[in-house]
Each structure stands twice: as structure tokens, then as C-alpha cells.
Design a protein around this ligand. Sequence first.
Ligand SMILES: CC(C)(COP(=O)(O)OP(=O)(O)OC[C@H]1O[C@@H](n2cnc3c(N)ncnc32)[C@H](O)[C@@H]1OP(=O)(O)O)[C@@H](O)C(=O)NCCC(=O)NCCS
Length: 177
Amino acid sequence: MKLYNDKIRIIPFEQDHWPVIYAWASSGCYDYFFGNSGPYTGAMCAEFNKGGINFIIVNANDIQEVFGMISVSQIDDRSRNFHYNILVDKNHRRKGYAKEASELALFHMFNNLNYYKAIALVGDGNPESKALTEGFGFDHEAILKQEVYLDGEFKDVERFRMLKGTFNKLYKQKLGA
Ligand SMILES: CC(C)(COP(=O)(O)OP(=O)(O)OC[C@H]1O[C@@H](n2cnc3c(N)ncnc32)[C@H](O)[C@@H]1OP(=O)(O)O)[C@@H](O)C(=O)NCCC(=O)NCCS
């Protein structure tokens, strides 16, 4: 299955993408994604999502134009689940890129790599992410009380799930696969 449509393409993260990720992480504008990490150091960059799978979301017709990224982390190869997290650059929001990139990436994880469950964690105070997650079809699973320390307080986190069967019912036909 192809990892692109007429607007976007998702490509594997490569070292060349560091400057843009570094800029996002250091800006303080994407703290629900990176945490309040402050400026990224070289060492933090080297450790970034080690062992995970990172995709960069780019313009389908110009891979130099970066729209965002997807992080697949905490991959459990035995239980076939993983954590799913997405960021779209502030200048490219509300164009459907997060939804479309998630369709492509999750299709890949479930059907090419045979994982069974995606877990999305949405911090309290992040309405865009909650709306995206619910609208995409993730199901509520739990509230994790005071789970993350962000912006000077312990925030609750809502945990959502997407099972492979649910995803395929919702998207497989649409994706023409
Ligand atoms: C959440 C995020 C990825 C959405 O990216 P996006 O490309 O703008 O989202 P899309 O255009 O694909 O929108 C898909 C759906 O998400 C929801 N949504 C996105 N932005 C929204 C907003 N500002 N307000 C309300 N709903 C929003 C809507 O349901 C939307 O569907 P609709 O357009 O049919 O109403 C983006 O806001 C972001 O990067 N936020 C910061 C990083 C982050 O917090 N990531 C999650 C970590 S937990």
C-alpha cells in the first residue's frame, strides 16, 4: 500500500530532518508532543525516540516541504501494540493533514507490520488533539489521573485506543486496499 495521496506523503525520519524537529522541540509551541523539554541538546536529539518508528509528513509533490511528524513509540512486539503521536506544524494546520497522515501511518502499522492496537494519550488542555483523536474513531479507554507534569502542574491524560479491526472497518475500503 502506498504511503501517499495527492496532498501528502509520509516518509521515514532521517538525520536530515533534525533541524526541523529541533526547531519544533525548542520552540515551546509543541509541548504536548515533546513535553517541556526546553532547548534540545545534541544528546537529546541522538536519543530521540530510539527504537521507535518516526515518519515525517511532507508535501506529496515536494518532499523538502515538511508539514509535520508522526511518532510511533513504546512498541510492544509481543502484544502487538504501540503508542501513536502526531504533530502538524502551526503553519499547516486545519488542512486535513493530521487525519490523512494518520490514515496512511496506521494502515501501515496494522496491515503491513501486523500490529493490533494503537494507543493515543491526550493531555488535559489539548482540545485540538482530543477532537482529532475522537473524530478519527479512537475509543476512550481510561483517564490517567495527574499523569504528566506540564506547564507547572500535574495534568490528567485521556488514553484512547484504536484496534486493527476497527481501523480496517473505518478506513480500509476508503484507502482502496
Ligand atoms: C492535533 C493536530 C495534530 C491536528 O493537526 P491538523 O492537521 O490541524 O488536523 P486536521 O486538519 O487533520 O484535522 C482533523 C480533525 O482534528 C480536529 N481538529 C484539528 N484542529 C482542531 C482545532 N483547532 N479545533 C477543533 N478541532 C480540531 C477536527 O476534528 C478536525 O476535523 P474537521 O476538520 O473535519 O473538523 C495539531 O493541532 C497539532 O500538531 N497539535 C500540537 C501537537 C499535539 O498536541 N499533538 C498531540 C500530542 S498528545
